[in-house]
Write a protein that binds this ligand. Structure first.
Ligand code: HAS
Ligand code: CU
Length: 548
């Protein structure tokens, strides 16, 4: 079977998941701009009809559409493609792929309807005792189930491949997808338990009370590793595709595998770093999570080295010279797909530094619950991850539709504008956070807000978010015109990086998941179970509140 036929077999759900993912980006992005402007004292919310003007409704739509839906839809489609391409084999079960699609989209609709009617203004973290409509929790749970069916399909596809290729090493692109699903399967257990045993029955009136500290801890059991569930598909692109796009080679396949595999044990036992100032968790457990957070930085530091080295190989092959001058040989202004990913990396490097500050137990007390944290998270997920996905879609959408990218030059502008917008906005957010401005507050109406003191910082947040709004609009124009109006046939292939040196020998443990999953289970047992048990048995259970 030739490759084009291979993608077409599974193309409809990949294509539609990608379109829906971008639709979520549009909805969430619009509310994002309103929030950004609020930080400079400009309230455009009040022009929206009731209940859409309500701040916490908007913030919930922003977090749910972007954190849960934009990400999940894109990840399923992109990892499907990486698996299918890596193994040169269609997905094992078309029925399972269709079921995944229905669960993901149906779940999203179920969660969003009660959000738009202001019955679920509980933000993306849905902390109890704030109570949402049962459909909200059920919908998000179905989205998580969709990730499980997608992961299962990848696993079955790999098993089918393995039967026909006994003793062969799994190709990197597929292996990286498998490790991402394995990490997520373990990570998602926390939120699934919170939903099934506490939040859904509680919101449906089947149990009268829940334990807020327990549901919150279970949220962060998943809520930290979910950020690597967002990040790893970008890593799939940086490691296995981008080097080919710049004419380079993957510097080391063994290091790449080590990075993906390390996220399995290290992603989950770190979640209490979101609860450093919370009562009810012992200091020793918090310290353990702080130390393990520093450990999970390691694979990203290795990534900084490996990916930049792979790109450097490409730049030197293009004639780049000197210690740093080779950077100029990269197509920063010519290839939007490459430029977007490089700019995403630059943002990611800044977010890595702020992440380390957050993780430093003592320093966390300075920034926790301030606008600093949205500054950090935007450089990571809305910067590195979203920019990488937009950049990848410049070859992905042509590949899946057969239509050439509409106006690549405009796409270069688009990614640069997003980068600048994000850099400016995040700078302002970090600044406001250090000045003590709380996150998740409608500042225009906060009686203590002193805009005079925050003028410059707030102006950066507002103007940065406007630049991103313009860039987002350009992105939709480019993708929309590619899909509907581009007449030229696409001549694209999945970029696939070859390793710099032939991989003859590699420790077997770098081609296996079981030992890594086993270590993870031990770490989870140490880092989570005693605390969860103690919280469940000693902390109070309370009834729900609906505010706003
Ligand atoms: Fe984080 C809060 C710590 C990574 C997302 N984070 C958040 C929240 C989100 C989020 C959404 O310890 C807020 C949740 C909420 O609503 O409350 N985070 C870290 C650490 C890392 C980290 C240590 N975060 C991420 C990623 C995210 C993400 C990735 C999304 C995708 N984060 C925290 C902590 C908090 C937190 C605390 C809680 C704060 C609080 O108090 O509430 C690390 O994994 C980061 C490692 C990254 C690096 C960067 C490596 C650089 C690379 C690029 C190389 C390129 C170069 C460019 C150098 C070490 C790979 C030059 C070359 C070219 C050729 C271009
Ligand atoms: Cu975290």
């Amino acid at each position: 079977m030739n490759l084009a036929e291979l993608y077409r077999q599974d193309a409809w759900h990949m294509r539609w998941l990608i379109y829906l993912s971008f639709a979520m980006l549009a909805v969430g992005g619009l509310y994002g701009a309103l929030q950004g402007l609020d930080k400079m004292g400009v309230d455009l919310y009040r022009y929206l009809p009731d209940p859409l003007y309500r701040y916490y409704l908007g913030l919930t739509v922003h977090g749910v559409t972007l954190g849960w839906l934009f990400t999940t839809y894109f990840i399923i489609a992109f990892l499907n493609l990486a698996t299918v391409h890596g193994l040169r084999r269609p997905l094992q079960s078309r029925r399972l792929a269709a079921a995944t699609f229905v669960l993901a989209v149906g779940g999203g609709i179920l969660a969003l309807v009660p959000t738009f009617t202001n019955e679920s203004s509980v933000l993306w973290t849905f902390y109890a005792p704030l109570q949402a409509h049962p459909a909200f929790y059920t919908g998000l749970t179905l989205v998580v189930v969709a990730t499980w069916t997608a992961g299962l399909n990848t696993y079955l596809t790999w098993r089918g491949w393995k039967k026909e290729h006994p003793g062969e090493r799994t190709p990197l692109m597929a292996f990286a997808s498998l490790t991402t699903w394995a990490m997520w399967a373990l990570a998602s257990a926390g939120v699934a338990a919170a939903m099934l045993f506490q939040l859904i029955p509680w919101s449906a009136g089947l149990i009268p009370q829940v334990n807020p500290l327990l549901t919150r801890s279970l949220f962060w059991f998943t809520g930290h590793p979910v950020v690597y569930f967002w990040l790893l598909p970008a890593y799939v692109s940086w490691y296995t595709m981008l080097p080919a796009q710049v004419g380079g080679r993957l510097f080391s396949e063994s290091l790449a595998r080590l990075v993906f595999l390390s996220f399995i044990p290290l992603a989950v036992p770190t979640g209490f770093h979101h609860m450093f100032p919370d009562p009810g968790v012992t200091h020793s457990v918090k310290l353990l999570h702080a130390v393990l957070t520093f450990a999970v930085v390691f694979p990203s530091l290795v990534t900084a080295f490996t990916v930049v080295a792979s790109i450097e190989v490409g730049a030197r092959r293009r004639g780049g010279k000197g210690l740093f001058r080779w950077l100029l040989a990269l197509p920063w202004l010519r290839d939007p797909s490459v430029a977007g990913q490089l700019l995403g990396m630059l943002l990611f490097a800044t977010g890595g530094i702020t992440g380390l500050i957050n993780a430093s137990y003592g320093m966390n007390l300075v920034i926790h619950n301030t606008l600093w944290v949205p500054g950090h998270l935007h450089t990571q997920v809305a910067g590195a991850v979203a920019l990488t996905w937009m950049a990848a879609s410049f070859w992905l959408v042509p590949l899946l539709t057969g239509r050439a990218l509409w106006k690549p030059k405009l796409a270069v502008w688009q990614v640069w504008l997003w980068f600048f917008g994000m850099a400016v906005m995040a700078r302002g957010m970090h600044w406001m956070g250090l000045a003590g401005v709380p996150r998740r507050v409608h500042l225009t109406y906060a009686p203590y807000a002193v805009f005079d003191e925050w003028r410059m910082a707030g102006w950066l947040v507002g103007s940065g978010s406007l630049l991103m709004l313009v860039s987002g609009a350009l992105f939709f124009l480019i993708i929309g015109m590619t899909v509907w109006a581009s007449k030229e046939p696409a001549r694209v292939e999945v970029p696939e990086a070859k390793p710099l040196h032939p991989v003859d020998r590699m420790p077997r443990v770098l081609d296996r998941l079981t030992p890594w999953v086993a270590v993870t289970l031990v770490l989870i047992a140490i880092a989570w179970l005693p605390s969860l048990y103690r919280i469940a048995t000693t902390h109070p259970y309370v009834s729900g509140w609906r505010l706003w």
